[in-house]
Write a protein that binds this ligand. Structure first.
Ligand SMILES: Nc1ncnc2c1ncn2[C@@H]1O[C@H](COP(=O)(O)OP(=O)(O)O)[C@@H](O)[C@H]1O
Ligand SMILES: C[C@@](O)(CCOP(=O)(O)O)CC(=O)O
Length: 936
């Protein structure tokens, strides 16, 4: 299927051509040279070799002597490179060609044409490295990137802005799903709507042999020449071609300025590789067709434009001259795919493609691993996908090797009756496929989401953790609950039941959307908050909240910020977000983090950026490890995504949070947490022993402001660095010591308790030195000391809560009884009861809590997990020492929201009314009974 380029065809005359000799006589006409002739014939009439060498020499020199010559410095120009660029322009229908150090360098040179404020439209099935570079220019250059499904030209229309759209980045077929993009139609459509936009095409998958996008309206084409153009995986190179002189001038300027032009020796190697491009591709492509048909016949889901049922076949045939040598296929099961990949011998496990040797890879764990799992899922990239890049080996050897790997992995077996290999039906794979369909159906139906996340206590390391010291913290059994209920009236509303029953609604369209730089699924939020959006929200959406209501202001700002920045494809889902908590707000138990986690999860769910996998049916259980009877159903990647965004909300509420609170609220349990960015090992590590401690938490009821306290310690550190640094070092030693003691199975319980108690005392003293204690906290310490118990402040201090260690030997059983029952006369002689009574008498509010329980929970959205008829549960018992009741909303009827709910499509009545109407005491039990909760 060798394409022919007629260099003399009207309107197509490339500047760099290899003219076909004039016919000797009209009777013996000459046909224009075909592609493989052009490839093999390196000839530049303007650069004749002085000795007539048949191969282009390597001018391995950095400088050239003399003044005024054609070459002076190899960064700006080198004869070997000139030969190469002339040759590439010739085979690409291009007037100009440039060669640089890699494919990514080629993209970088192109992206440097952008300036702040420009908008770029790019595909959503991109190579991980392209995605990474685009994210960089979004965050560092201020360019907006819209990721869209480019397989349908109409999807681009809403994103084309006549003045702002500066570039459209396309690739066809896409990698690794081999989706076809109509380069010709999109180029034409974009030019009509935004005449100045530059159409850029990544042509690596096809090479100029199979596709020349400049002929279809593209302005710039780039290739990773490391792939097919070189063909031997022995060099890295990038190629950029174009026809427009203005663009060529800019590209040449950048390449010369940054100095990333291809070296002479690599230019030589690439030139040599190109000579065999057509020959290699013909062989590779023919074998690929065989492999694709083989896998297709076995019943795998195969992605290759050469297959009759490929959806883009027609478009592809119009714009390309062949189907290429990359295909991908799905097995339905990631583990099975891993086995197949590991089982091949001839196919090398490697990233990249285009080499004469065949390669096999799993994009999700290799070439596309830099795109995070949630985005991969959102972009429909199957985790089990295997990519095959076919080389020039004997096709039979390749097929035999692949077949062996499929047999060894258990993917195919010999059907004796038919005497041929057939695919093994995999129940887990089938269940997963069915699950995918159900999830898509569930996504279409807008539903209510009920979320909860725990508060925390920090036992060691608060404040110090902000400055890179390890903190030891655990979840508590007091939680924040968030409920997102869809609305049909285009409004977004927030109801903060613990913040004076605050309620407000906004018309979604009137929010300051022009101030948003949307963040594509999977992209990172920039380190700094987007202050343009913060200011716009404060001025246009939150101006009515007075200074006296900081709590509502912070909570609304965090919620709206996430809602707007996470919005995608201009969907603007309308819903009500109601939040309420069994945690005391602002008392140092991480109410802000648990609220942030609920708000972030709600936005991620309604914007469909995270999914909940349906627990598998019992028949497929044996294939998949399920812990906690399926309660642990929220995938780690989903939890990490929530944690990232909850941290953004925490930044809004806290200024400079360490991240420990939101991490505990998402992951639950007990953990040692070290903030990244301080040049030492960071991250989280679970701590088992912590669970077995009993604590009494006492709220001093003195209000304080975490943001101010954290900033205060920061200011002290700047003023008295020696003092504060020595305190930070001492706290690090305390945390290390505590970690060692908690992990030591040999340490007798009594010694452990006294060690923890001594370390708590010490840590408290350091917090006093940092200036974050308060007379009320010292008074709680004195009261508990009278009972020989150790107490330290927990959280930000300045008021808030203190934590008291309760030795288990003496009062474990009683502790349990006390947690279950309201304090009554039965226990009044008991020491713990006495302590509680004294604290209450002094005006404090004690809580008995257990630590180390579940993190983020989401009520299962699947009907089989919902309990019917338990909506109007009456309170059965009063809960010990709950925060005060929240009054029913005034001047607002919850039915306004419920009326907008899509009653006919959901078999369950909305949770909204019982959620806002139940008392805070009955909330946890009610929530627990309405269905199955899925946890991290
Ligand atoms: N249940 C809730 N509803 C709404 N906002 C909340 C809730 N809990 C916490 N917040 C937000 O978090 C702030 C409290 O943060 P902070 O002072 O750090 O307290 P904590 O120590 O409990 O985390 C509140 O002012 C409010 O903005
Ligand atoms: C003081 C600090 O260490 C913990 C804050 O706890 P709280 O806001 O008091 O719950 C701050 C942080 O880690 O971000």
């Amino acid at each position: 299927m060798a394409p022919s380029i007629d260099p003399r065809a009207p309107g197509k005359f490339p500047i760099h051509s290899l003219p076909t000799p004039e016919p000797e006589s009209p009777l013996r006409p000459r046909k224009p040279y075909r592609f493989s002739t052009l490839c093999a014939t390196v000839e530049n009439p303007d650069m004749k070799d002085q000795y007539g060498s048949s191969s282009v020499p390597i001018y391995q020199t950095s400088t050239f002597k003399g003044v005024g010559g054609e070459y002076d410095y190899s960064r700006s120009g080198n004869p070997t490179r000139s030969h190469l660029e002339h040759h590439i322009a010739k085979i690409s229908s291009a007037a100009h060609a440039f060669t640089v150090s890699s494919g990514m360098a080629a993209l970088d040179v192109i992206l440097r044409m952008l300036k702040p404020g420009d908008e770029v439209i790019a595909g959503d099935d991109l190579y991980g490295g392209t995605n990474r570079l685009l994210t960089y220019i979004r965050t560092h250059v201020g360019v907006t990137i819209h990721h869209v499904d480019t397989t349908n030209p109409e999807t681009l229309y809403p994103y084309i802005n006549p003045t702002k759209t500066a570039m459209v980045l396309l690739e066809s077929p896409t990698n690794p799903l081999l989706k076809i993009v109509d380069l010709a139609t999109i180029s034409k459509d974009v030019k009509e709507r935004a005449p100045n936009a530059i159409i850029v095409v990544d042509n690596t998958m096809m090479s100029p042999y199979l596709q020349r996008p400049l002929e279809h309206g593209a302005d710039i084409v780039y290739d990773s020449a490391t792939k097919y153009l070189s063909g031997h995986h022995d060099l890295m190179a990038g190629v950029v071609t174009c026809n427009r002189d203005d663009i060529a001038k800019k590209l040449a300027f950048t390449i010369n300025s940054v100095g990333n032009a291809l070296t002479p020796i690599d230019a030589f190697l690439l030139l040599r590789g190109i000579k065999t491009l057509a020959l290699r591709m013909d062989r590779q492509q023919a074998t690929t067709q065989m492999v694709a048909e083989y896998l297709y016949t076995l019943g795998f889901q195969v992605h290759y434009p050469g297959l009759a049922d490929h959806p883009g076949q027609e478009v592809h045939a119009r714009i390309a001259d062949g189907n290429g040598a990359v295909l991908s296929f799905e097995t339905g099961n990631k583990e099975l795919s891993e086995k197949i990949v590991a089982g091949t011998r001839l196919w090398g496990i490697s990233v990249s493609f285009g080499c004469v040797n065949s390669l096999i890879s799993m994009p999700c764990v290799m070439s596309h691993a830099s795109i995070d799992p949630a985005t991969r899922a959102a972009r429909g990239l199957p985790e089990d996908l295997i990519r095959l890049c076919v080389g020039i080996e004997d096709p039979h050897d390749l097929l035999t090797d692949l077949e062996h790997a499929l047999i060894d992995a258990g993917a195919i077996v010999l059907d004796v009756a038919q005497n041929k290999y057939v695919r093994v039906p995999d129940s887990a794979a089938l269940a997963l496929a069915a699950n995918k369909l159900r999830l898509e159906a569930a996504e279409d139906k807008r539903q209510e989401w009920f979320i909860s996340a725990p508060g925390k206590i920090i036992l060691f390391g608060e404040h110090a953790v902000v400055h890179g010291v390890t903190a030891i913290a655990a979840s508590v059994d007091l939680r924040c609950y968030g409920l997102a209920t869809p609305r049909k009236d285009g409004k977004l509303s927030i109801h903060l039941m613990d913040i004076g029953n605050f309620y407000h609604e906004w018309d979604v369209q009137t929010l300051p959307w022009d101030a948003v730089t949307p963040i594509a699924p999977g992209d990172e939020h920039p380190e700094e908050l987007d202050y343009r959006l913060v200011v716009a929200l404060n001025e246009k959406a939150l101006h009515f909240i007075g200074d006296e209501n900081k709590a509502a202001h912070g909570a609304c700002l965090a919620f709206l910020y996430l809602y707007m920045i996470l919005n995608r494809n201009e969907e603007y889902p309308a819903f009500d977000f109601a939040a309420r908590s069994t945690l005391p707000v602002g008392a140092g138990l991480g109410s802000s983090a648990s609220y942030s986690v609920c708000a972030a999860t709600a936005s991620l769910l309604v914007h469909r950026r995270i999914n909940l996998p349906r627990p598998l049916p019992p028949s497929s259980m044996e294939h998949i490890h399920i812990s906690h009877q399926g309660r642990r159903a929220i995938a780690p990647a989903t939890a990490e995504e929530v944690n990232k965004w909850a941290f953004v909300a925490e930044k809004i509420l806290h200024g400079n949070p360490s991240g420990v609170d939101n991490s505990v609220a998402v992951f639950g349990g007990a953990l040692a947490y070290t903030r990244p960015g301080f040049g030492k090992k960071s991250g989280m590590e679970g701590i088992q022993g912590f669970k077995h401690f009993n604590f009494l938490l006492t709220n001093s009821k003195v209000p304080r402001d975490t943001k101010k306290l954290v900033a205060g310690v920061g200011a002290k550190k700047a003023k008295e660095p020696e003092l504060v640094n020595s305190v930070l070092e001492a706290i690090q030693t305390i945390s290390d010591e505590a970690r060692r003691a908690l992990a030591d199975p040999e340490l007798p319980r009594e010694s452990l308790l006294s060690a923890v108690s001594a370390l708590m005392n010490e840590n408290h003293q350091h917090l006093v030195t940092l200036g974050v204690s308060h007379p009320a906290l010292e008074s709680i310490r004195r009261t508990t000391l009278a009972h020989k118990l150790t107490t330290k402040l927990t959280g930000a201090g300045g008021g808030g809560c203190a934590v008291t260690l309760i030795p288990d030997e003496s009062c474990c059983a009683e502790y349990t009884r006390l947690r279950r029952n309201i304090i009554d006369s039965e226990f009044k002689d008991n020491e713990l009861q006495d302590l509680i009574n004294s604290l209450i008498r002094e005006g404090f509010q004690p809580y008995l809590t257990s630590v180390g329980g579940s993190g983020l929970g989401i009520l299962s959205p699947y009907p089989e997990h919902r309990a019917l008829g338990s909506r109007s549960r009456r309170p059965t018992s009063e809960t010990l020492l709950s925060p005060p009741e929240t009054p029913t909303p005034l001047g607002w009827s919850p039915n306004e929201i419920v009326d907008g709910y899509e009653k006919d499509t959901d078999p369950f009545p909305p949770l909204h009314h019982p959620f806002v109407a139940s008392s805070v005491a009955e909330l946890p039990d009610w929530a627990g009974e309405i269905g199955r909760w899925l946890y991290v």
